[in-house]
Design a protein around this ligand. Structure first.
Ligand code: IPE
Ligand code: IPE
Ligand code: MG
Length: 253
C-alpha cells in the first residue's frame, strides 16, 4: 500500500510552496557588494571577486525571470567608485562588455530588456558601445527589465534634476506651482520605472552608498552578510519570502 503524506514533499515542492508567486516584488534593487572581500579571503586579487560576481548576476537574472519580477536594478558602479585604483576601474569598465558577450543571446531568448541609470555619457567609449548595442538590441523585449546602475550616484541625479527643472522654469516649459512629487520624479533617471519594492544589500554593510535616495522612500530593506560572489538562488528566494512577510503601511494603518 502506498500512502503519500503531505509532509514528505520533495525539496522542489517545498520551495514553490513557500515562495508565493502572487506576492512577488515588482521591482527589486540590489547593491552587489563584497567582491573585494570575497577575493581577499582567497588571497586573490580584487578583480577576481568582480569576475566571480558576474556569475551571481546571471543567476539572479534567471531567478528574477522565473519569479516574474518586472524590474531588476543592479548597482554595478557608483559615481564614487572612480576613486578606486585605475586598474580596478578599468577592469570594472570591461565587465559589461564581457557579460553581454556571453549572455546577450540568453537575455534575448528570455525576452529581457537592458536599461541603465546613471551618467552614461561619462563612461569609456568601449563600455558605452557594448551597453548601447545591448540596449538597442533588447529595446522591443517586454519581459524583465534588467537595469544596470552604471556610474550612478543619487545626489548627482537629484542635482541634475534640479538644474533641469530650473532651466525648464526659465523657458516656461514648466510652472513651479505645478511641480509635485510625481512631476519631480520625471526628471530622474528612473522616470519610467516604479520605485523599488525590495532593496537587497550583500556583504553585511547596512548603508545606501548614494543609491536611489529618492526612490527608496518606502522600499523594504533586506541585508545579508553573504558576499556578492556567494549570493545565489536560494538566498534570493529567502529575500523574496521575507519580503512577502512584511507589512507595508506607507504611513497609514
Ligand atoms: C562590489 O564589491 C562591487 C563594486 C562596488 C563595483 P566591492 O568591490 O565593493 O567589494 P568590497 O566591498 O571591497 O568587498
Ligand atoms: C556600493 O558599494 C556601490 C556598488 C555596489 C556598485 P561600495 O563598496 O562602493 O560602497 P561603500 O564604499 O562600501 O559604501
Ligand atoms: Mg564594497
Amino acid at each position: 500500500m502506498s500512502m503519500k503524506l503531505p509532509f514528505f514533499k520533495n525539496k522542489q515542492e517545498e520551495t514553490s510552496a513557500h515562495t508565493d508567486l502572487e506576492n512577488i516584488p515588482n521591482h527589486v534593487a540590489i547593491i552587489m557588494d563584497g567582491n573585494g572581500r570575497w577575493a581577499k579571503k582567497r588571497a586573490l586579487p580584487r578583480i577576481a571577486g568582480h569576475k566571480e560576481g558576474v556569475n551571481s548576476v546571471i543567476k539572479i537574472v534567471r531567478e528574477a525571470c522565473k519569479f516574474n519580477v518586472k524590474i531588476l536594478t543592479l548597482y554595478a558602479f557608483s559615481t564614487e567608485n572612480w576613486k578606486r585604483p585605475k586598474p580596478e576601474v578599468e577592469f570594472l569598465m570591461k565587465l559589461p562588455k564581457e557579460f553581454l558577450h556571453i549572455y546577450l543571446p540568453e537575455l534575448m531568448e528570455k525576452n529581457v530588456r537592458i536599461e541603465t541609470i546613471g551618467d552614461f555619457d561619462a563612461l569609456p567609449e568601449h563600455t558605452k558601445e557594448a551597453v548601447q548595442y545591448a540596449k538597442n538590441k533588447t529595446a522591443d523585449n517586454n519581459g524583465l527589465i534588467l537595469n544596470f546602475a552604471l556610474n550612478y550616484g543619487s545626489r548627482y541625479e537629484i542635482m541634475q534634476a534640479i538644474k533641469q527643472i530650473l532651466s525648464d522654469v526659465d523657458t516656461n516649459k514648466i510652472n513651479v506651482d505645478k511641480l509635485d512629487e510625481s512631476s519631480f520624479s520625471n526628471y530622474l533617471y528612473t522616470k519610467d520605472f516604479c520605485d523599488p519594492d525590495l532593496l537587497i544589500r550583500t556583504s553585511g554593510e547596512q548603508r545606501l552608498s548614494n543609491f536611489l535616495l529618492w526612490q527608496l522612500a518606502y522600499t523594504e530593506f533586506w541585508f545579508t552578510d553573504v558576499l556578492w560572489p556567494d549570493f545565489n538562488e536560494e538566498i534570493f528566494q529567502q529575500a523574496l519570502r521575507d519580503y512577502q512577510q512584511r507589512k507595508r503601511r506607507y504611513g497609514g494603518l
